[in-house]
Ligand binder design. Structure first.
Ligand code: SAM
Length: 185
């Protein structure tokens, strides 16, 4: 049975990861749905979540229940290493603009790739990175090309990568990437 959309697909990957998740990164907090999903799926987890918009952090503070394991950070994900002193088990990143917010404030190629590289560096061996790349909004094309190039260049000895898309969906549906940091043999 195939998933109905890319979000469900991402959630299924997170759910079936099933390894212990102590610390997760949500690189694009937005309305907090992905952070919430991780916190509910992994009751032992703590999530560090980044967004550059105060609107996102305020919204999450007001609308998300049970935030004791969620730390929100008003800063760009490209600076994530300033907030980390340990490895992480799981990373989620959903590119684009804040749903229901200002559509001109979007994730950008250079900072997105910087964040991907730093997050992969911080990921434990066996850890999972899920990435959802939206393609239809203005400004997306450059980011898509840069992100694809970055991910394609990951050494297969170090990372296992899957790319999945809803191939016959209209209007440029998002592309989903799952990246697993491989254990050394
Ligand atoms: N995960 C979110 C959710 O569950 O609602 C959706 C994320 S939304 C598609 C993308 C978010 O990335 C926006 O809220 C935007 O403000 C944020 N963003 C843009 N540039 C960023 C950056 N450099 N660092 C962190 N967040 C950024």
């Amino acid at each position: 049975m195939l998933e109905e959309n890319a979000i469900v697909l991402m959630q299924n990957f997170i759910q079936r990861h099933k390894k212990e998740v102590h610390l997760a990164l949500d690189l694009t907090l937005g309305r907090g749905k992905d952070s919430k999903f991780i916190l509910e799926t992994y009751p032992e987890s703590r999530v560090l979540a980044f967004d550059i918009q105060e609107e996102a952090l305020d919204w999450v503070r007001e609308n998300l229940k049970k935030q004791d394991r969620l730390q929100t950070i008003l800063d760009g994900h490209q600076n994530l290493d300033s907030y980390l002193d340990q490895e992480v088990d799981l990373v989620v990143m959903n590119l684009g603009y804040l749903p229901g917010g200002d559509k001109t404030i979007i994730t950008k190629a250079a900072t997105t790739v910087m964040a991907i590289e730093k997050a992969l560096e911080s990921l434990k061996l066996g850890g999972l990175f899920t990435l959802l790349v939206y393609r239809s909004h203005p400004g997306a094309a450059e980011e898509v090309a840069t992100v694809e190039e970055c991910i394609r260049s990951l050494d297969q000895k170090d990372y296992r990568v899957q790319r999945i898309e809803f191939y016959n969906q209209k209007n440029q549906p998002p592309v989903f990437f799952a990246i697993e940091k491989r254990k050394k043999k």
